[in-house]
Design a protein around this ligand. Structure first.
Ligand code: AMP
Ligand code: GLY
Length: 424
């Protein structure tokens, strides 16, 4: 069978590498892909939110399954587009329809969903410019720090955590009245600050049945010691040592089951990944957010730990018999360290030649923002390469990743030297 992956990051390279192991896949396509996916699959240079181009690609290449990496095409309705098209309606899409994608596409929707279905999460209220004064009043009832979230997609930048009430009020006004994050912040969710340590749990569901995949911890800040601006993610570790069986059982009972049941009760036929961002406060899980896709760079540690055929699970999702499928996971630890362009997550230059990555033997080199230009592999984004390694311990795996990184070079390369610092 021919399979198409939509997206171009490290996550999609990790999906592609995992799917190349499947004996059931004939030819693998990635759109648009990167210099890494180009080596193991066929890249098709189209935009994943250009559904007409996606359709053309699918029909021309006899593609029989589409795996959606990023949230944008899901929120824009790529799955609905397939179901509404006579030529495409029988081709399964791994990823929710628009209604399910709202779990990520609207913070207000996802908070309402959690509240309705009893999923533990921070207390909240939503505001627009029409009830700004009530927003100020709600802020006054909360203790700092104050958490303000743009309702819509804001490329990971729409969450503000502020220490002073004055600042929180000013930012709220900027968001709702002056569209600080564009249309995305015309509604703002204000919620209680959650204490604890963060981790991510990944669920694959066919709408009725689910599998809980390995958990991971992501390092979001640009600076060492978790300081500085937020990024898409600078590194990740799986499994998460503090997510023991007792905690994960609580997550399954209190979060995963009510989420899957809630989707069914609300008539949302959800086929795909649910990424649950959690706070662990003294052994009690609380949901920070849902995403409707896998995490990046979490995928670069989660998928390499899965030993069985991922495509088999995808068939389970497509045929709604995920309950008949099983998978195995290595108990080794996987770590990934993200190499980024100097300046990221603010302005940075692209087009820098990358060398040495093909000499790495001890680690898996996942390309993220890379492309091929005049036969050279060059940087094309902020996050450039994720270097994943296995070990019996976090330390062992990290040591390998850092040794491999020493072999890779591009101008103004930057990365965090302290991934896992809080766990070892
Ligand atoms: P989100 O886009 O919802 O993932 O938020 C971005 C980051 O802000 C999260 O990964 C958390 O680190 C932090 N965050 C969001 N909501 C809260 C909260 N209620 N309490 C504490 N931290 C939060
Ligand atoms: N690494 C966080 C995310 O994918 O949203």
């Amino acid at each position: 069978m021919n399979v198409l992956i939509l997206g171009s990051g490290g996550r999609e390279h990790a999906f592609a590498l995992k799917l190349t192991e499947s004996k059931k896949i004939n030819q693998l396509f990635v759109a648009p892909g990167n210099a890494g996916t180009d080596k193991i699959a066929k890249n098709i240079n189209i935009n994943p939110t250009d559904f007409k181009a996606v359709k053309k690609t699918v029909l021309e290449n006899n593609i029989k399954m589409v795996v959606v990496g990023p949230e944008a095409p899901l929120v824009a309705g790529v799955h609905d587009f397939f179901l509404a098209d006579n030529d495409l309606k029988n081709i399964p899409v791994i990823g929710p329809k628009k209604d399910g994608a709202l779990l990520e596409g609207s913070k207000d929707f996802s908070k309402q969903f959690m509240q309705k279905h009893g999923v533990p999460t921070a207390r909240y209220q939503s505001f627009t410019k029409d009830n700004l004064q009530e927003g100020f009043a709600f802020l006054e009832t909360l203790a700092p720090p104050f958490v303000l979230k743009a309702d819509g997609l804001a490329a990971g930048k729409g969450v503000l955590i502020l220490n002073s009430l004055e600042e929180a009020k000013a930012e709220l006004e900027e968001m709702v009245s002056n569209q600080k994050f564009g249309e995305a912040s015309s509604t703002v969710v204000i919620e209680e600050f959650l204490k604890g340590i963060e981790l991510s749990v990944f669920v694959l569901t066919d709408g009725k049945n689910y599998k809980i995949l390995p958990s991971a911890k992501d390092y979001k800040r640009i600076g060492e010691g978790d300081t500085g601006l937020n990024t898409g993610g600078m590194g990740a570790i799986s499994p998460v040592p503090f997510a023991d069986d007792a905690f994960l059982n609580k997550v399954e009972e209190l979060v995963v089951k009510p989420t899957i049941n809630g989707l069914q009760k609300d008539g949302i036929d959800y086929r795909g990944f649910i990424f649950i961002g959690l706070m662990n406060d003294n052994g009690n899980p609380s949901v920070v957010e849902y995403n409707v896709r896998m995490g990046d760079p979490e995928t670069e540690v989660v998928l390499p730990r899965i030993e069985s055929d991922l495509f088999d699970l995808f068939e389970g999702v497509a045929n709604q018999n995920l309950n008949t499928k099983s998978f195995s996971v290595t108990n080794k630890t996987a770590t990934t360290v993200m190499l980024v362009s100097g300046g990221y997550p603010e302005a940075y230059e692209k087009g820098k030649e990358i060398t040495g990555f093909d000499t790495v033997k001890e680690s898996i080199v996942f390309h993220a923002g890379t492309t091929i230009k005049e036969n050279k592999v060059v940087t094309s984004g902020g996050r450039v390469i994720a270097v994943t390694s296995f070990g019996n311990t976090i330390e062992e795996a990290l040591e390998k990743s850092y040794k491999s990184i020493d072999k890779i070079y591009f101008d103004k390369i930057n990365y965090r030297k302290d991934i896992g610092f809080d766990l070892v």
